[in-house]
Design a protein around this ligand. Structure first.
Ligand SMILES: [Zn+2]
Length: 457
């Protein structure tokens, strides 16, 4: 059966491209109100496509507006695993439009790639799964149960999908959620994401005198909140990049041996890092490689300082208050609440006499750790190896993908965060593209994954 479905996919590559180009021609820019109708059009297009394939599909509307969520199911294999595929049909605004070689919503093929806004992020990615589902359904249905959740608010962090996940969790039981929002590290090298860093964002305020003071009159006895804040900021992280917050590293979950071996084997050098940032030396903790520092170690950064006199010329003021924006990137098992308590303790200890510090929590998100020791990862490995000649390398990401946390919180399930895009696909930039060979092999990978999830080993 698998061979028959793969043959069908290979014979219909032209149709697969035509389908993707139709969806790419719809300017479903979620951030711009004038494109709300286009977002709805893209949702409707996917709805009818999934219905024609034989899936039970509907649109879910938000309680207070927003762009509709496309939900489609085919649950024809009682007892078999269920695979849920996540995607988003909304795209970033195409600006600056005059930097596009061809119009962003007129899909154009050059050098084996289709150029259009959304080609990689995310229409090409989820269409590969839609096509795979169609090919299986044309031949009696896949060996697994299938569900699609394709939202229209990823680029604007909307509420329709998270609300639906939490309200309908009991109807969304699934063994795996495939999040096709990752990509290849290089041609021929697919990846599987194993963790994402979290974030704790704070504002630190230090107060001293009741009013701004004259430094000629009171300088020498006046506590200075800015000097005090400087002590605090310098004391939170030392010259080697080690964060000096009590308990900061206590719960850090180190990467496993397989992850570390994979990263060591990557052809990524210090020199490349220096060049990418335009610096002469890398910062950070000694004893950890740059990739470990970016992906698996927590860190702390100051983003801005506010207060005092910042105009032209000089003014000899001792300010009454000073503020700084400080964030911490957190790694799996670190609890933002515990880190916040430690930060408050550190600030209290570091302020100079006569000044007082307060820390305001401006929001945070936990790190995400994805299990890798389960049959879904093995099945994905075999599917990628057959379609592209290489199994996915386990990588982490320094930033966060909010939807992963929503899926983990709402559904007790395993996440597979991967994808078919290449590093130079220009996501969010002019001339975004998707390599068509990658796309077709993506369809093949998804056809194979649906088979491998139930294959006897
Ligand atoms: Zn995006």
């Amino acid at each position: 059966m698998l061979d028959q479905v793969l043959d069908r996919a290979r014979q219909r590559r032209g149709d697969a491209e035509a389908a993707l180009f139709e969806l790419l021609a719809i300017p479903s820019v979620s951030a711009l109100p004038e494109h709300a109708g286009d977002c709805r059009r893209a949702a409707g297009w996917l709805l009818s496509r999934l219905r024609s394939a034989g899936m039970d599909a509907r649109l879910v509307e938000g309680a207070d507006g927003g762009h509709p969520l496309v939900v489609a199911e085919w649950l024809g294999r009682p007892g078999a695993p269920t695979l849920t595929v996540y995607g988003h049909y909304d795209v970033q605004p195409p600006d600056p439009v005059d930097e596009w070689r061809t119009p962003p919503f007129e899909p154009t093929v050059r050098d084996g790639c289709v150029y259009a806004r959304g080609a990689d992020d995310n229409k090409g990615q989820h269409m590969a799964s839609v096509l795979a589902a169609e090919h299986w359904l044309a031949d009696g249905g896949p060996p697994v149960n299938l569900r699609f959740l394709i939202e229209g608010e990823e680029e604007v962090t909307g509420h329709v999908l998270p609300d639906f996940l939490h309200a309908s969790a009991d109807q969304l039981a699934t063994d795996y959620v495939l999040i096709g929002d990752g990509g290849f590290l290089a041609p021929g090298q697919p990846t599987l994401l194993t963790a994402l860093r979290g974030l704790l964002y704070t504002e630190i305020e230090v107060v001293g005198p009741a009013v701004d003071l004259h430094s000629g009159i009171f300088g020498g006895v006046a506590p200075n909140p800015f000097n005090s804040l400087a002590h605090v900021l310098a004391g939170l992280k030392d010259r080697d990049g080690v964060v000096r917050i009590p308990g900061f590293y206590d719960d850090v979950e180190p990467p496993n041996d397989e992850e570390l071996r994979g990263w060591q084997a990557l052809p990524v050098t210090d020199e490349q890092h220096r060049e990418a940032m335009g610096v002469t030396e890398l910062a950070g903790e000694p004893g950890y490689s740059p990739l470990e520092r970016r992906w698996a170690r927590p860190t702390l950064d100051v983003h801005g300082v506010i207060g005092g006199f910042t105009g032209a010329g000089s003014k000899t003021v001792i300010p009454a208050r000073a503020k700084a924006k400080v964030s911490m990137r957190l790694v799996p098992r670190q609890d933002p609440a515990r880190i916040l308590a430690g930060l408050r303790e550190a600030v209290d200890a570091l302020v100079t006499p006569g000044t007082r510090g307060t820390v305001t929590d401006l929001g945070g998100v936990e790190a995400v750790l994805m299990e890798t020791d389960h049959p879904g990862v093995e099945a994905l490995g075999r599917a990628f190896a057959a379609a592209y000649g290489a199994a996915p390398l386990l990588v982490r990401e320094g930033g966060s993908i909010p939807v992963t946390l929503e899926f983990q919180r709402a559904l007790d399930t395993r996440l597979l965060v991967t994808g078919f895009g290449l590093p130079d696909d220009a996501l969010h930039s002019p001339n975004e593209r998707m390599n068509l060979e990658q796309y077709h092999r993506g369809v093949e990978t998804m056809v194979r994954l649906m088979h491998e999830l139930v294959a006897e080993r």
